[in-house]
Design a protein around this ligand. Structure first.
Ligand SMILES: C[S@@+](CC[C@H](N)C(=O)[O-])C[C@H]1O[C@@H](n2cnc3c(N)ncnc32)[C@H](O)[C@@H]1O
Length: 270
């Protein structure tokens, strides 16, 4: 039997209407109208799942299938140490566990990511949802990023294929402030169930990326924003609060306890 989450397609949106993320909304209406609010998956559900040790184990299993680099090895050791020492009491989240939780619970049909690098975060969604359509944007202008390898889109393509991804994949090279608007203008029908903003880490760049993509997030869809307490980018938390958390259309969850911090928000209003 198919899993309960997201197997049914949401009803097509009327022209001008924000479409609904099938895996996040209640599909039934009484006499054509909703009784409760249609969005069924809130930030507590997703945040709770993101910090759960089962999600961490699933995320770790994906990360360990990737071509290793120093950061992947470090991360894997960090996860293993946490689980060995603190067992099922350990609560930890990062972009990888948040995306693993969102992919498992929402079953996204379309995922957009700004800031792909070597494809680690994209791989987590691809592994959980092999048919999901993926669109990734990155500068891919240098062989390294923050001292870590940034091997380019062909490497990412090969990693995702090795993990069994079989849905459409578009990897778009260049500055997101140009490539993302160009893509969205060329694809007026493109709406997303899940979006990650993890590209330009400057204050203006991160805010601009959020502003570009939020209008294309489906109702019930989730936006993920990384590094909200990264010591090298202390302003990112404020960017998140200003651009998303203070907007009543979004219901937010933040994790700042360990690591570099991560935030997510569910679009609950159009
Ligand atoms: C933190 S890394 C992304 C990590 C990835 N999301 C992960 O979790 O594995 C940030 C990436 O954003 C890219 N980037 C930085 N500025 C950008 C811009 N203006 N447009 C597009 N990509 C950019 C960098 O090349 C780098 O690969």
């Amino acid at each position: 039997m198919a899993a309960w989450w997201g197997r049914k397609k949401a009803a097509a949106a009327a022209p001008g209407e924000v479409p609904r993320a099938a895996g996040a909304v209640f599909p039934g209406r009484a006499e054509g109208r909703d009784q409760y609010h249609p969005v069924m998956v809130g930030p507590q559900t997703l945040g709770g799942a993101a910090t759960h040790p089962d999600t961490l184990r699933a995320a770790m299993a994906v990360v360990e299938r990737l071509e290793p680099d120093d950061y992947i090895r470090y991360l894997s050791r960090y996860y293993r140490t946490g689980l060995e020492r603190y067992g099922s009491a350990w609560r930890y989240a990062d972009i990888v566990t948040v995306l693993a939780a969102c992919a498992r619970l929402l079953r996204p049909e379309r995922y957009l990511e700004i800031g792909v690098r070597r494809g680690r975060s994209l791989a987590v969604v691809a592994a959980a949802c092999p048919d999901c359509a993926l669109v990734g944007f990155d500068l891919w202008d240098k062989p390294t990023y923050a001292g870590m390898p940034n091997p380019g889109p062909e490497f990412v393509r090969a990693e995702l294929a090795r993990l069994g991804h079989r849905g459409p994949l578009e990897l778009i090279k260049g500055d997101s402030r140009q490539t993302v608007p160009a893509y969205l203008e060329a694809h007026p029908e493109a709406w997303f169930d899940l979006i990650t903003v993890d590209g330009d880490h400057s204050e203006e760049g991160a805010a601009a990326d959020l502003r570009l993509v939020l209008p294309r997030l489906k109702l019930g869809g989730v936006v993920v924003f990384d590094d909200i307490c990264h010591p090298a980018h202390p302003y990112l938390h404020q960017v998140w609060r200003r651009e998303v958390a203070s907007d009543r259309r979004f219901a937010c969850w933040e994790y700042t306890e360990l690591g570099y911090g991560v935030a997510l928000a569910v679009r609950r209003e159009v």
